[in-house]
Ligand binder design. Structure first.
Ligand SMILES: Nc1ncnc2c1ncn2[C@@H]1O[C@H](COP(=O)(O)OP(=O)(O)OP(=O)(O)O)[C@@H](O)[C@H]1O
Ligand SMILES: [Mg+2]
Length: 345
């Protein structure tokens, strides 16, 4: 027999009226008609009271559970653990615990879905990026095999084009390996004391040819004369600065200006790389640190970029406990900024 609220109310009402009658029989002068009236009325009252209490409790809590399910359906996960700990009602506690558990699982599922989507997009991007230089090199080589090799001029031209495509492929694979190693934390930074102003001068010298080709000036401005000592992994930080300065030249205007600014606060050297190029439209700004993201796909590709540079920059700076920010105004220019920890002698 299942204990429905009515049966529970009936049993309790019987018990209560029986107890009341039992007590009344000990009282002197109580007549049987009085006992009858008291018995009936106590039975009826307690039956309805108990039924009302049970139904109210059950209905209220079940209603709350429905509300919880509805909240979960519309993905409203706003409930704090504190409210659960404070609450002493076991129904409410149970309800809230279920809510928190499902919300946690839902968040995990959402995160997994996001990662899965990210993985799919990444795979599509990688295959697309790999396909381009492979197809190009393949095309040149097959044309040579099919007879173009006999013409000396065509042979040299096609061979150098095939070599260029394969160089691009090599750069892409190296960047991908570097990125995945940085992401998995495989690469250990070897921090040392680095003279940052000297490092910038070295990069300026390396990039002199590409800057000259665009008639772009490279200059360093420091708030204080002399070396600026920072704690950094010299190879990695060089990679960061090379990409930022190279981007500023590559994506800047002809006859442009690139200025590296070093400022100081108590504990940090604040580095900024500024150009007066065409800038980056606001809708792209938050995405340029994503892998393979290019503002103008065709133009950036034409300039030999893989679109991995800024993703690598972000990871290297994260490993230096720093964060890169970007500010850009269309037709005015772009500024990238980050901090590095000072390291005095
Ligand atoms: N200073 C800048 N001015 C304008 N656009 C920029 C600037 N720096 C970066 N960008 C945009 O951001 C995109 C991403 O830059 P990132 O350095 O990640 O890739 P890349 O330069 O195309 O390739 P890689 O650095 O791997 O050679 C570029 O393709 C370019 O569109
Ligand atoms: Mg770049």
């Amino acid at each position: 027999m299942s204990l429905s609220p009515r049966i529970i109310a009936l049993l309790l009402a019987c018990l209560i009226s029986a107890l009341t009658l039992a007590f009344l029989t000990f009282v002197e002068g109580v007549t049987s008609s009085m006992l009858f009236v008291v018995g009936i009325s106590s039975f009826v009252i307690s039956f309805f009271l108990v039924l009302y209490a049970i139904e109210l409790l059950v209905f209220r809590e079940v209603n709350k559970m429905y509300k919880t399910i509805h909240q979960l359906k519309i993905r409203d996960f706003s409930i704090s653990r504190k409210s659960i700990i404070k609450n002493s009602n076991p129904f409410k506690k149970l309800n809230d615990e279920i809510f928190v558990y499902v919300a946690k699982k839902q968040k995990e599922i959402d995160e997994l879905k996001r990662l899965e989507q990210f993985r799919r997009e990444f795979l599509a991007d990688v295959s697309h990026e790999l396909k381009t230089p492979i197809f190009a090199a393949q095309g040149f080589i097959h044309t040579l095999i099919d007879g173009a090799v006999d013409d000396e001029h065509v042979r040299d031209k096609f061979l150098s084009k095939a070599a260029k495509s394969l160089d691009g492929l090599d750069a892409l694979v190296k960047d991908l390996v570097a990125l995945s190693q940085l992401e998995t934390g495989e690469v250990k930074m070897s921090f040392e004391r680095v003279n940052f102003s000297q490092l910038i001068q070295e990069i300026f010298e390396q990039l002199e040819t590409i800057a000259k080709a665009k008639n772009t000036s490279l200059s360093l401005k420091t708030s204080q004369p002399g070396p600026a000592w920072v704690k950094a992994d010299v190879q990695r930080i060089m990679q960061v600065m090379t990409n930022l300065i190279e981007n500023a030249v590559k994506y800047g205007n002809d006859n442009g200006k690139v200025i590296v600014h070093l400022e100081e606060d108590k504990k940090h050297i604040i580095v900024s790389v500024r150009d007066n190029g065409p800038g980056i439209p606001p809708e792209h700004l938050s995405r340029i640190f994503e892998r393979f993201y290019r503002v103008e796909k065709s133009r950036s590709k034409e300039r030999g970029g893989t679109g991995l540079g800024l993703a690598i920059v972000k990871h290297i700076l994260n490993a230096h406990k720093s964060k890169i920010t970007v500010m850009s105004k269309v037709d005015k220019g772009t500024t990238f900024r980050f901090k590095l920890e000072k390291m005095e002698v």
